[in-house]
Design a protein around this ligand. Sequence first.
Ligand SMILES: *[C@@H]1O[C@H](CO)[C@@H](O)[C@H](O)[C@H]1NC(C)=O
Ligand SMILES: *[C@@H]1O[C@H](CO)[C@@H](O)[C@H](O)[C@H]1NC(C)=O
Ligand SMILES: *[C@@H]1O[C@H](CO)[C@@H](O)[C@H](O)[C@H]1NC(C)=O
Length: 344
Amino acid sequence: MRHHWLLLGACGWVLLILMFVSKFISYRAVGGKPPDLYGDNYGQEIPGGRPTAVPTVAEWQSVAEKRIELLSTVCKNSSLRNLTHVSISKFVLDRLFVCDKHKILFCQTPKVGNTQWKKVLIVLNGAFATVEEIPENLVHDHEKNGLPRLSSLTPREITHRLNTYFKFFIVRDPFERLISAFKDKFVKNPRFEPWYKHDIAPAIIRKYRKNHRNSDLAASGLHFEDFVRYLGDVEGRRRMDRQFGEHIIHWVTYAELCAPCEISYSVIGHHETLEQDAPYILKAAGIDELVSYPAIPPGITHYNRTKVEQYFSGISKRDIRRLYARYQGDFHLFGYPSPDFLLN
Ligand SMILES: *[C@@H]1O[C@H](CO)[C@@H](O)[C@H](O)[C@H]1NC(C)=O
Ligand SMILES: *[C@@H]1O[C@H](CO)[C@@H](O)[C@H](O)[C@H]1NC(C)=O
Ligand SMILES: *[C@@H]1O[C@H](CO)[C@@H](O)[C@H](O)[C@H]1NC(C)=O
């Protein structure tokens, strides 16, 4: 009889311990609630409970390190493999800019203030004394601005830099990024980039808009719905993307641009928390005494769910789910929550 009670008691303890431990396990597993790498609630998590929401550079280090940890966990997830792993091709090497003087590599990801980062690196390389002195038209002219692409070096020089330099890039919410690219390239469509309107938009409409008339191609321009269908069509868009050339950098995944599972980046900044990330990156790269990041206009980096909902309203769940399937590697790699409000 005594034995039975002892056994029961022991079982109770084991159960309690299991329940306790499982709390931690479910928190840590990918798919559970991720740690707040996103920044929105960061103010509540500052150690020491200071009332102000602005963390110091030192406090930001743990956020930055958690992001890199998460990235390496997701890189190992075999079910996401074809969305997270790419080869270090010429396309990737073209995205990486070299600052030899301070041993820095910067992977260019459009629509997250990368022009500003290029200016910072151009100044560091010594071609200009301050960020303000760089003429706008020279920022993207890599023949003349003293900021070479990694692809312009020999294989040995490339390997050496990849292995030893400080490496970073900036990301933002993957769907907001696509909206931003759509607005910038197909709605605003500045006159000096006519190919988006004249070549790319008609090609996408022809293939992805049901019952389009030929007059559509010229007059109405690309709808966000056409763009979403094109982006979510894994097989169908391959040939088109080859024709579109470099321009696809505005919407191919961050994984395809920067190969984050192949190249071990030192820091990955988030656009949403640029106010914290920019000074942290300068400090981590050892250049905070030499340059500062240009002032960030208040409010422009915040994630705007209302805007995302507006753009996706009226687009079928099927198309949105296909888009998500294509971009979920980026959501997972960088700790962005999946946009369930659009998918379900
Ligand atoms: C890998 O990713 C998939 C898809 O998001 C997820 O369901 C799964 O839990 C992940 N596996 C591990 C081991 O984290
Ligand atoms: C990745 O592989 C899965 C099957 O494992 C497939 O359904 C999906 O279409 C693939 N995605 C890409 C982008 O190739
Ligand atoms: C979010 O986007 C909506 C719709 O585009 C806009 O009306 C609103 O002002 C934006 N909110 C913020 C805080 O920028």
